[in-house]
Structures are given as C-alpha cells and as structure tokens.
Design a protein around this ligand. Sequence first.
Ligand SMILES: [Zn+2]
Ligand SMILES: [Zn+2]
Ligand SMILES: [Zn+2]
Length: 455
Amino acid sequence: MEASSAEPPEGPGDAPAAAAAAALESMRFLLLGGTAAPVEGVNLETDASTQYAAIVLTKRTAPAELLDTLAQAQDPAVPIADFSGSRPLRSDYVSSKYDAESVAEMRRQFAPIWRRLEKIPFRAKREERDPLTLLRLIYSRNTPAKATFVPDDPLVVQYPLLGAAAGTRRELESLAALGLLNRHHFMRTHACSKCGSARLNVYEACPGCGGADLTEEALVHHYRCGCQEPESHFTQGLLLICPKCRRELRHLGVDYGKPGNIVVCRSCGAENSEPLVNFICLDCSTVTPSDRAAATDWYDYDLTDAGMAALREGRLPHVELGPQSGHGTRAYSLAEFQLLATQEVQVARQFGRPFAVARVTIVNIDAVRRELGPVATDAAFKLAVDKIVEVVRSSDFIGVDDGNAVVIAFPETPVTDLGLIEQQIRQVVHDAAAPFELAFEFAEGNEVVAMFAQR
Ligand SMILES: [Zn+2]
Ligand SMILES: [Zn+2]
Ligand SMILES: [Zn+2]
C-alpha cells in the first residue's frame, strides 16, 4: 500500500497500475537553480514553500541556497537529485543529463527512500530540527553515516550522506553521547597548530636543526678501542679505518661489530637514533611537532534503537532534572550526568547562552587509599561530594566518576566565572577530613562534549 505510490506501472489496463501512474504524475519536485526543458510526466515546482517529493538541481547551485531551502523544507531529509554536476552538500542521485530516462532512474532509486520517509513523518521542535534531520537521513537511506576522506576539505573528512554543513561532527558526537547513535572508529586526523588544517605532510626531522634531510647509516663499533660511530666515519676508499685509533678493521664480528643503525642529518651532521616526527601544513607551511598537533577522532555512526525511538517521537530524549531520591544529594551517575550535560550544551548553543563544566579529580586517591584504607577513603569521598553539593547553586548539577572524580555542570555560567567556586570547593573538600589533592579541568560550550569524548 505505502509502496504503490513509488512503483512503476505494471502494464496498460491494470487498475492499480493506473493509480500508481496517476500518483507518479501528481508527484511534485522542487526545481532549484534555474530552468529545465520539460520532461513528460514530470511536475516541476519552483515554490519552495509547498510540499515536494524531491529537490532537482539542473544548474550549478550554491550550497547556501540549498541549505536555506532545506531549512524551510517540510521534510529536511527529502532526496536530492543533482543533474548539474555541482555536487552541493548531499545528493542521492547524480546524472549529467536531465531527460525522461534519467528521471525514471531517479524515481527508481528514490522509491525505497520515499517509502521509509513516509513511514515516519518528520516532526521536530525548531531547536531539535538539525539533530533529528541527521538521524532521519541515516534512517531513510538505510545506511550508516560513513566518514570519507575529502582532500578538498581542510578537515579532510566529511559525511557525504549528511552533507558538508559545518558542525556535523559535533552534532553527531552529541547524538552518540545521548545513546542515539553507535560509533565505529574511522580515523584520527591531526590539526595544524596555526590554521587548523588537517592537510599535513608527515616527515622525520633532525632533533638538532629540524631539517628533513636524514639518512640512515649502520653504526660501527671497533671492539679494540671502543670507538662507535657511523660507518661513513670509518670508510676510506675500500677500507674501514678507525677514526679514533687509526687501525684497520678487517673482520666483522671479530674486530668490529654493527650494533644497529643511526640516523644522520646531512644538513648539520647530527647523529640521532630517534628522529622527531613533525607535520608540515600543506595550507600554511607551519611545522607542528606530532606530539603538539591536536588530534580529532572520526567515526562512522549508525542508529540505535533509542535513535529510532527519538525519530518516531520527533524529539530527543530528555532526563528529568531533580534531586536523586534517597541520599538527598543532586549527584548523578556519570552516564546520567553526560545525558544532562549534552542536553544543556544544545540548549546553550541554541540560545547563545554560556555553559561550563568542571572536572575535579582527586590526584592522590591511591596514596590516600593506602594511608586511610578503602572504607575510610570512600566515606571521605562521599562526604566531599556532599560538601560540594552544598556549595554549588541549585541549578548546577554533579556527576560522580568512579570514586575519584566529580564533574560539575554550571548552566548560564562562563568558565571565567568559576574561579570563586574553585576556591570554595577546595576549601570544603579540605575541611572534609581526608587529605585529598584536587586538580581542576574546565570546559565550556562545545568543549564539554569533547571532554567526554576524550574519556
Ligand atoms: Zn596550517
Ligand atoms: Zn640537522
Ligand atoms: Zn679504534
């Protein structure tokens, strides 16, 4: 029944087939970016405020125009056919010519997408439209959102299924934190320390001069005098002469050995067994040592059952904020805390409000445990958590991580305002009996999601 509108007619005189043909005729497509020669049986529309089954691009279209259209579309996951070669954002069908044959093929490919879209009509509150659109694209195309290398993009990774909109990765990470998407690791990229580009060339560098003109040489060890240097220092014509004692080396394993290789810099002559690994940016030529290049982990994402449920309900899951029953504290498990905090990040982003999270780690927990024993340590930790709950505001909330760290969320608060509360927490924890040493880590806005992702 639901499939009939999308299937081609079976043959003349067949009543259901005739109905299907009529349905095909009545189906409207939105034409973007210019004009198109008429194709029989194709109903093109240019009014973006109406309902349409697909977007058809026949002329080169700016990504911003398509984004605007999708932002107003009744269904933002509507399939897109690109007959223009402009490949803006996402497309579900690509052809170089627009004619009856290619339109028929487009309809054939869109049929399963239409069926799935029809099964779950799109519903979303304005502030949840973008994340629910991502879920809907994954659902309706019946495929995970796969990360793909795109050398044209300075980030070098995109999700073709979802389009090249900014912030897609961040949105996906939020949805994964809410349990709506499963992640599978794709690749780790590194960023230029100056411009952020991930288009980097990796090379081994001389620790002395930073140059890349390195060569590997065998090390020669003259047993008799103990001299150990690169082979080239021994070479004189066809002979090996020790640069220290001037004796000739004749028999490998008898008067000399080769204990390994060494890297020699041809620029400055420095010898080193461990060259540095550096990145040079292909966009701005800045050199970033590999250990100082910020790493980004990219994942493929697939829908979970909770993700399907969110789509059906047309809303993201929300956790009720309220005191945990029993102990009279507002301390949550880490999982609950993450859910709440992710929700707060979205609210903060939507309304341009500040939101900060502090992670307070007890750095000497093992030492304290050895000193006081586990029972007294756990009791002191619980007391410390209660004291922290007392000093934070009623709108703040707390998560407890494994008995050695506490995370605190501060809605409506920028990180710069957390200095006083840090002092207060240090004071009350100090007064709570155990000699805990605290380390504070702060994150703000979108960094909060990254803070969880690192762990
Ligand atoms: Zn750069
Ligand atoms: Zn050098
Ligand atoms: Zn020697």
